[in-house]
Design a protein around this ligand. Structure first.
Ligand SMILES: [Zn+2]
Ligand SMILES: [Zn+2]
Length: 361
């Protein structure tokens, strides 16, 4: 079968559109016709060479589409189903899966890591086993989560990464309580979702921190009650002022920067509070913190894929969207045909967009 895909041949070079070929779905696999893909910061990390990758590679890991064909022994989806793809397939049997954390499945990455496409003589790998910057993909059954057919594909695609990562960090990882206070560092694609996750969970004070005023304006639309431009002094002082001098019950770092925001997110959390690191720092990044913060019984925890169980989380989030309680339309700032992927990256790099989505004709 032939399709088209945006391929990265090496980091720091523009992606190139290629005709690609792949075989039929094997046992336990599903062929998906891609209808929309989000463009996420993690794709950009790979383009910039900040994250390891195995080029030539079809990037993209935030997608929605239609099941076209299923291999042997597939029972969870059938041709015609609309699906959102999960970038962390789980085995169902390891210790993490059995304890209810498929987002940490011990076998997750290896389940996905097998090249199924080629461009002429060249074998291509797929980011996270998905490669949603291609018009078709073959994925493990567990990575294709069926959804309601009424939901538009671009909105559905966003649930495959940024929305689940952000909203999940608030409602699953931190388990934000009604009437609580929260600070969110970074009001980009993920940070805005942390903010709306806090709002959905009933936090009554939600403080957004960013360097860009246009992002802080968006933060208010997504539920921030206060905003702080971190370029105008230490945001921790201002957060403490806003919370009776104690700091917030929860703080989230949704940028992945090494220095200031990681430490500020700990410092602005009150005693017994929970600091959640959602942003992904480059591999091998050390963080130096004041040990006194932990003595005050603060919890610092990372969040991987929003501590989500995709089979439960994707339909749940999309039900919230249909009920008017989760903003997805507002996240999509621009839409590009897949051929213009490099322009979509430029828009992302310039901080112009909450999210861009790609279409395939
Ligand atoms: Zn992502
Ligand atoms: Zn597992």
């Amino acid at each position: 079968m032939m399709a088209k895909a945006a391929v990265m041949y090496e980091p720091n070079t523009p992606l190139k559109m290629e005709e690609i070929a792949f075989g039929d779905p094997g046992p336990g696999e599903v062929l998906v016709k891609m209808m929309a893909s989000g463009v996420c910061h993690s794709d950009w990390h790979m383009v910039k060479g900040e994250w390891p990758s195995q080029p030539p590679i079809v990037l993209g890991h935030e997608g929605a589409g239609i099941v076209e064909e299923v291999g042997a022994n597939v029972s969870a989806v059938k041709p015609g189903d609309h699906v959102v793809l999960s970038w962390y397939p789980s085995c169902g049997t390891c210790e993490m899966c059995q304890k209810g954390w498929p987002n940490l499945c011990f076998r997750g990455p290896t389940t996905a890591n097998k090249p199924t496409m080629n461009a002429g003589e060249t074998e291509l790998t797929q980011m996270a086993g998905l490669g949603t910057f291609g018009s078709y993909t073959v994925v493990p059954e567990v990575a294709a989560v069926p959804i309601d057919k009424d939901i538009p594909f671009p909105q559905a695609a966003l649930v495959g990464c940024g929305v689940t990562t952000g909203v999940g960090a608030a409602i699953n990882t931190a388990q934000v309580q009604p009437g609580s206070t929260a600070a969110v560092f970074g009001a980009g694609g993920v940070g805005l979702n942390v903010i709306q996750g806090c709002a959905i969970a009933g936090a009554t004070t939600i403080i957004a921190v960013d360097l860009l005023d246009n992002k802080l304006e968006m933060a208010k639309e997504f539920g921030a009650t206060h905003t702080i431009n971190a370029g105008e002094g230490d945001p921790v002082d201002r957060i403490k002022e806003l919370t009776g001098g104690f700091g917030t019950h929860y703080a989230f770092e949704a940028i992945g920067l090494v220095e200031a925001p990681f430490l500020q997110s700990i410092r602005c959390t009150r005693s017994r509070g929970i600091t959640v690191w959602v942003g992904h720092a480059p591999f091998g990044t050390p963080v130096t913190m004041d040990a006194r913060d932990l003595i005050m019984e603060k919890t610092v925890i990372g969040s991987m894929y929003g501590t989500a169980k995709p089979q439960i989380e994707f339909p749940r989030l999309l039900a919230l969207y249909q009920a008017g309680k989760l903003k997805l339309d507002e996240l999509i700032t621009r839409q590009f045909p897949v051929e213009e992927i490099n322009d979509a990256f430029t828009a992302l790099a310039n901080g112009e967009v909450a999210r861009s989505t790609l279409s395939f004709d």
